[in-house]
Design a protein around this ligand. Structure first.
Ligand code: ASP
Length: 157
């Protein structure tokens, strides 16, 4: 999984965007298309949330992982953190894969649940740490999410 690059972004007006670029999986079949370019599977952005995923693409496709986060927020009233964790730590493993994702919401809240600490720490490479994020009281700022992830040593391998 070397070389995966994912990004989520929120501008000053709260507009959201996501992008994911990948070299695919090791020993992938010729012609295999992973989840990264499939909108709703490995990548999603709407007026609510932007999501970029990395991991076993087939499971992210089965779970419609990136879009499912938006759906859980919209239909089930979950917070970004709850929705992101449910998808990355429950839905994707249930679909037979593992990995993680980065997500940012319109209000600046961020989440980066990962099944593997290694992937999580790699994810930090592509998070912007400019401290300029605005969030409502009680919500996690991107910088807090990053600090937690940096300190996390118990989440996997
Ligand atoms: N999700 C990608 C794939 O399955 C691999 C990755 O970039 O994490 O092709």
């Amino acid at each position: 999984r070397m070389g995966t690059v994912g990004a989520v972004a929120r501008d000053a007006a709260g507009r959201l965007a996501a992008a994911t670029s990948t070299g695919g999986m090791t020993n992938k079949r010729a012609g295999r298309v992973g989840d990264s370019p499939i909108i709703g599977a490995g990548t999603w952005a709407d007026g609510r949330v932007a999501v970029s995923c990395t991991g076993t693409g087939e499971a992210f496709m089965k779970a419609a992982a990136a879009h499912e986060i938006s759906a859980l927020i919209r239909h089930a009233g979950l917070s970004l953190e709850e929705a992101a964790r449910r998808v990355a730590l429950e839905d994707v493993p249930r679909a037979g894969g593992r990995g993680g994702l980065i997500a940012v919401a319109r209000d600046g809240a961020a989440a980066l649940p990962f099944r593997a600490v290694l992937a999580q720490r790699n994810a930090l490479d592509y998070l912007a740490l400019d401290g300029q994020w605005a969030a409502a009281p009680g919500q996690r700022l991107l910088s807090d999410a990053v600090r937690e992830a940096r300190n996390s040593r118990t989440d996997g391998t």
